[in-house]
Design a protein around this ligand. Structure first.
Ligand code: FAD
Ligand code: UDP
Length: 381
């Protein structure tokens, strides 16, 4: 028998499993996919290129605890991730920064605007696009309008089916205007890729005598949740259960489906050494896809050919094979989420953890930290 059951072998589930196992618990991890790693899963494709099956994942954090924790299970390929936007055929750095400013305006105008931006916000500051658009200075608003139209509007419409004003402002704040010459996408001190890939990192994490992993198992076939009780294979289970999947699906979507955005990934292998010269190119004014990732620029892999992936967003419907990637933060969806959470809160030994189960837009580092926070608490009980 097991002391703890963890549903889902993504970042959240793997970290939680390791922590509880190290505290002496016998842990069972149930994962419905055929592999561990959740959306961070990577593998060699048939041409030997290391790909991220569920979209490009770059680890970045300012939290030593998250970095140190993962560093127990991997070495790092350290690199500063850079993204460019394809704007009518010209590639410009994103987030929009002072280098971008000098690319889109002539020297005299760019110098003048740069001075104004530095005076208004200070060097190295991060300004949300929606805030920049409300600035009192018409010259600054002019830059904001350029950035809004050429970087945010069409990309956001593709990604979310809504305008930047209609979505939670925290989403566009992830990619602020940077008053800086730093071309990197993230400014945190720790960033890079697990040296041998994400999957080996998670494999090392789950490699503990106290952990048993079963893949290809939908936990709902083994566990049921009724009233204040969890049942495992039909018997009352008193150990702790950590659930990292979507909360509505645990209760047969009885109040209606929680809305998510999904993605279709279109992979292509090309028999050429280089396709776009960049790890990620965002298509911010054209195309139906949002971005193209060329994996060898993320991982540093050398190979004669190259694999790219295009991402096509769509509204998740719950149909077989679809994956809910992005929760959609708004008041109505939060209320619906809370109704499901109330059902779960009645069961004292079940805990929600993760981007799906908490219905939050978490990055990998946040997920590591939340898993550590929860297991710190559970280990004391
Ligand atoms: P998941 O990885 O979704 O894992 C949950 C697991 O639970 C899944 O494997 C699922 O199959 C399983 N599961 C669900 N229901 C059941 C069930 N009933 N029974 C059994 N198993 C079940 N973060 C970054 O820090 N950097 C990035 O560059 C980055 N890029 C991203 C790009 C994309 C396209 C996406 C979608 C996300 C990106 N993220 C990135 C976020 C990152 O993917 C998440 O923070 C992380 O994967 C969340 O881990 P998790 O364990 O909560 O969820
Ligand atoms: N965004 C945009 N244009 C870009 C990059 C980002 O409009 O070139 C907006 C878009 O709404 C996106 C959000 O900023 O969903 C957050 O971007 P991020 O790169 O963090 O998204 P993720 O990698 O999580 O998909």
């Amino acid at each position: 028998m097991f002391d703890s059951v963890i549903i889902g072998a993504g970042v959240a589930g793997c970290v939680a499993a390791r922590e509880l196992a190290e505290a002496g618990r016998e842990v069972l991890v149930l994962e419905q996919r055929e592999h561990i790693g959740g959306n961070c899963y990577d593998e060699l494709d048939e041409h030997g290129i290391l790909i991220h099956k569920y979209g490009p994942h770059i680890f970045h954090t300012r939290e030593p605890r998250a970095y140190d924790y993962l560093s127990r299970f991997t070495k790092w390929y350290a690199f500063g991730h850079e993204v460019v936007a394809n704007v009518h055929g010209t590639l410009i750095p994103v987030p929009f920064n002072l280098n971008t400013l000098h690319m889109v305006y002539d020297k005299e105008k760019a110098d003048e605007l740069e001075k104004k931006l530095i005076e208004a916000f200070g060097m190295e500051s991060r300004v949300p696009i929606l805030k920049l658009r409300q600035h009192s200075d018409p010259d600054i608003r002019q830059i904001a309008d350029y950035v809004y139209e050429n970087i945010f509007l069409h990309y956001t419409m593709k990604q979310w089916g809504q305008t930047p004003e209609e979505i939670d402002p925290a989403v566009t704040e992830r990619v602020p205007v940077l008053i800086s010459y730093d071309n990197r996408y993230f400014q945190e001190p720790y960033q890079g890729m697990p040296l041998d890939g994400y999957t080996p990192m998670f494999k090392a994490m789950l490699d503990h005598p106290g952990i048993r992993v079963m893949t290809g198992v939908d936990a709902r076939t083994r566990l049921s949740f009724e009233g204040e009780q969890v049942f495992f294979d039909g018997k009352a289970f008193e150990g702790e259960v950590i659930y990292t999947g979507p909360l509505d699906e645990l209760f047969d979507c009885r109040f209606g489906r929680l809305p998510y955005r999904s993605l279709h990934f279109d992979f292509e292998y090309l028999e050429q050494e280089d396709y776009q010269g960049h790890s990620v190119v965002n298509y911010t004014v054209s195309e139906d896809f949002t971005r193209i990732t060329e994996f060898k620029y993320l991982t540093g892999q050398k190979a004669p050919g190259t694999t790219i992936v295009r991402e096509y967003p769509f509204a998740y419907t719950g149909a077989k094979g679809e994956i809910p990637y992005y929760s959609i933060a708004n008041e109505e969806n939060q209320k619906l989420y809370e109704r499901y959470k109330e059902l779960l809160d009645k069961i004292p030994n079940v805990y929600v953890l993760g981007r799906l189960a908490e219905y939050k837009y978490y990055n990998i580092d946040a997920m590591v930290l939340r898993a550590l926070m929860l297991t710190d608490r559970l280990k004391k009980s």
